[in-house]
Design a protein around this ligand. Structure first.
Ligand code: NAI
Length: 318
């Protein structure tokens, strides 16, 4: 099988001093990419600094690859992109991976817990991606991966701050995928589950051993390869599996019987089972589909109401 390579490409991986980011950096470095190994080197809660990006750079170089360390915080993403431009003259790939945890049940969550988690995950991804955007547009090439979490897609006790930021990244990716499309900038989202210091006290030991970041790295590497065509997708990956996830919308139902009728709390209750019935639910790919759907539904609704005034039994068959 032909090997997928990244020769000539420059990749920034944030939070690449350990865990998943390290696995991404090592893999890209082994396939010809020049890698900026960014890591602030903080503790799990975002406090402190150290140079553990150096070890990863050493490892990449020892295997014949090219890499440079960067110790900036992602909240100053422009400095990280500058490291790429200063050292290698370009930026092609950005994996927004840096992350921290400040888990607390919601009542006990401080504003600092909220702000710090949002700063690293959401603002960090915004700042770093925006700093690279102009280069991506000019060269008509860019591959970006955002890192979300099942805690965001599904929710998880004690992670209100983290869940909100992680779902925010999905929204960010969705819009950037649209804005970047005509410049061949693809923005996708990975939802990983892997053994790292973020999960060492959460996953059972056997599972922890099995959930190697190296099983996810090829998925992310494929998602930033020049041959990757999907844009705006969410890929959940762990243990050597990968799944696509997306939101779907139910078919819905009119909440009143005729255009002249009011919508009342009681009519909403009466129709609720149909509102939440997910048979025939579908994915909406473009926001214009929402408007077109609405126009079509209104038209159908008015036509049916007219029919109903001619034949009063018509509506009951709807
Ligand atoms: P990790 O703690 O090993 O890696 C995160 C890295 O980000 C650390 O090396 C840390 O020093 C660095 N970092 C923290 N704040 C930074 C900042 N302001 N600027 C630059 N670097 C910073 O954890 P792991 O598990 O590898 O996490 C990677 C990403 O995957 C995170 O975004 C995390 O939320 C996400 N994730 C991980 C899951 C898992 O099962 N391990 C599950 C779902 C999401």
């Amino acid at each position: 099988m032909e090997q997928l390579r990244f020769d000539g490409r420059v990749a920034v991986v944030t939070g690449a001093g350990g865990g998943l980011g390290k696995a991404y950096a090592l893999l890209l470095g082994s396939r010809g990419a020049k890698v900026v190994v960014n890591d602030l080197g903080s503790a799990r809660d975002g406090i402190g600094k150290s140079n553990f990006a150096d070890e990863v750079v050493k490892e990449i170089k020892a295997k014949g690859g090219e890499a440079v360390a960067d110790y900036n915080s992602v909240v100053e993403g422009e400095k990280i992109i500058k490291t790429a431009l200063d050292n290698y003259g370009r930026i092609d790939i950005l994996i927004n991976n840096a992350g921290i945890l400040r888990d607390r049940s919601f009542q006990k969550m401080s504003e600092q817990d909220w702000d710090l988690v949002h700063a690293v995950h959401l603002k960090g991804a915004y700042k770093t991606t925006q700093a690279a955007w102009d280069a991506f547009k000019k060269q008509k090439f860019g591959r970006v991966v955002m890192t979300s979490s099942n805690a965001g897609l599904i929710g998880n006790f004690g992670q209100a701050n983290y869940s909100a930021a992680k779902m925010g990244l999905v929204g960010l990716a969705s819009t950037l995928a649209i804005e970047g499309a005509k410049y061949n900038i693809k923005v996708n989202t990975i939802v990983p589950t892997a053994a790292s210091r973020l999960t060492e006290d959460i996953l059972p030991p056997d599972m922890f051993q099995a959930m190697k970041p190296e099983l996810i790295a090829p998925v992310v590497a494929y998602m930033v390869h020049e041959s990757f065509e999907d844009n705006g997708v969410i890929i959940d990956s762990t243990l050597g599996f990968a799944h696509k996830a997306h939101l779907v919308r139910s078919q819905g139902v009119p909440l009143r019987n005729k255009p002249a009728d009011p919508v009342t709390i009681e009519s909403v209750r009466e129709k609720w089972a149909e509102v939440v019935n997910m048979n025939g639910a579908r994915r909406i790919d473009k926001i214009t589909e929402v408007t077109m759907d609405l126009v079509q539904s209104l038209q159908d609704f008015e036509d049916r109401s007219k029919m109903d005034s001619v034949n009063p039994s018509y509506w009951s068959t709807y």
